[in-house]
Design a protein around this ligand. Structure first.
Ligand code: GLU
Length: 448
């Protein structure tokens, strides 16, 4: 049997109730065919694919906490340490009601390839909890973070595993977790978490990095198409940290963001999300209400309840910034019908495998999230460098490094698509580049 098919089948047998994880395994492995075919004997000898799909360690733990009325609650905490071949595990923490092991493993698996693409020495991991931060008071959030860290601390460290934020975890939560870690360890291990506040070791540009990086990647794609960002229209989803950074950079470069979305629906702003409206996104997020309708109420634009913008709004470029599987095959068909040309994936795995295939077959350029959103973790890597050398870099320096990293990711991908005659398939190119570096390191380090 074909090596790739064999390992996909093995993944299916061993992880029957993990749809998100199996989705990314199928997507990644099936796109690796050219490089696997060229090195099959060696990869089989070293069980590269079998090891690539099995996390090195998975930690699941109880997180008890009390609410403001002294009522006890129990959540489940996770940390999946997927692959440390090229550096300490690195990846965010997600606090969201629907978090489960399948979602943790899909995110950790993608992180391995994403981190490899950045060119920085970071392995892949991910963690989080099924804790729902919406509507919680600040002291409830703090108690939860402290309890979560009281277990997690024994599994992490600047040279072991370096968590950061993801959905439901930003500067505030990182601060509470860092405080608790420092208290338990009695040691100022600055580099144990990234996304810290500027006063205690955080990097400039880290909050903006994912959205800025996604826009820098898009600039390279537009250049390839002999186009520029100026005057282009955009549909974004989400209104959190990632969408905020993207909206900011797009507006600065002369593009126009027409939509944002939340769990309640999407807003359509014909004048574009810009100026104070971008600042208002921060307020919406801080309110903990998790509603995008507030934007429409404040600025008097249209609101479409319980709908997504995909296929409903005509724009030059789509940038999903909310979560996994927000674009399915029906959306993809509508997108092709209304003539969308570029899908710049910002959230992790926003498009189903079926939808990616359909879009590519209909000449939509799909820019894969592993590359597009790598700017976030890349600046986390730069934060680790700054912590190690006990220095702070200027905003200009971090931004310049980020631009360099995003361009380098793009260039490497295009080089590989040429090498393997993959046309302009950026999805396959990104997977191959990310995979190769990790596979080389795993071979060099033996069967561990
Ligand atoms: N959660 C982000 C991601 O999906 C950032 C991870 C990090 O900075 O470590 O890449």
């Amino acid at each position: 049997m074909d090596y790739i098919e064999e390992v996909i089948q093995m993944a299916e047998e061993n992880n029957p109730n993990q749809p998100e994880f199996l989705q990314t395994v199928r997507e990644v492995l099936s796109s690796l065919r050219p490089i696997i075919n060229a090195n099959e004997a060696e990869y089989r000898r070293m069980a590269i694919l079998e090891r690539m799909i099995e996390p090195e360690r998975q930690i699941i733990f109880r997180v008890p906490w009390t609410d403001d009325n002294n009522q006890p609650h129990i959540n489940r905490g996770y940390r999946v340490q997927f692959n440390s071949a090229i550096g300490p595990y690195k990846g965010g923490l997600r606090f969201q009601k629907n978090v489960n092991l399948s979602i943790m493993k899909f995110l950790a698996f993608e992180q391995v390839f994403k981190n490899s693409l950045t060119g920085l020495p970071m392995g892949g991991g991910k963690g989080g909890s099924d804790f729902d931060p919406n509507g919680k008071s600040d002291s409830e959030i703090m108690r939860f973070c402290q309890s979560y860290m009281t277990e997690l601390y024994r599994h992490i460290g600047p040279n072991i595993d370096v968590p950061a934020g993801d959905m439901g975890v930003s500067g505030r939560e990182i601060g509470y977790m860092f405080g608790q870690y420092k208290r338990i360890k009695d040691s100022y291990d600055n580099g144990v978490l990234t996304g810290k506040g500027k006063s205690y070791g955080g990097s400039r540009i880290r909050p903006e990095a994912t959205g800025f990086g996604a826009t820098y990647f898009l600039l390279e794609v537009l250049k390839h198409e002999h186009e520029s960002i100026e005057g282009k229209t955009f549909c974004l989803s989400g209104f959190g940290n990632v969408a905020w950074g993207a909206a900011k950079k797009i507006a600065e470069l002369g593009g126009k963001v027409l939509t944002l979305s939340g769990p309640d629906g999407y807003i359509y702003d014909k004048d574009g999300v810009q100026g104070e409206k971008i600042d208002y996104m921060l307020e919406m997020r801080a309110s903990g209400r998790n509603r995008v309708q507030d934007y429409a109420d404040k600025f008097g634009c249209e609101f479409f309840p319980n709908q997504k913008p995909w296929g409903n709004v005509k724009a030059d470029i789509y940038m999903p910034c909310a979560m996994q599987n927000e674009i399915n095959i029906d959306d993809a068909k509508k997108m092709v019908e209304i003539g969308i040309k570029i899908l710049n994936e910002v959230s992790n795995m926003p498009t189903t495998n079926e939808a990616i295939k359909y879009l590519q077959e209909h000449d939509v350029i799909v820019c894969p999230s592993k590359a597009v959103n790598a700017g976030g973790v890349a600046v986390s890597g730069l934060e680790m460098s700054q912590n190690s050398e006990r220095l702070f870099w200027t905003q200009e320096k971090v931004d310049k490094e980020l631009q360099k990293i995003m361009k380098n990711i793009y260039d490497q991908i295009v080089k590989v698509t040429k090498l393997y005659h993959l046309d302009y398939n950026l999805v396959a190119g990104a997977n191959i580049v990310g995979f190769k570096k990790v596979a080389d390191a795993m071979i060099a380090q033996g069967l561990v």
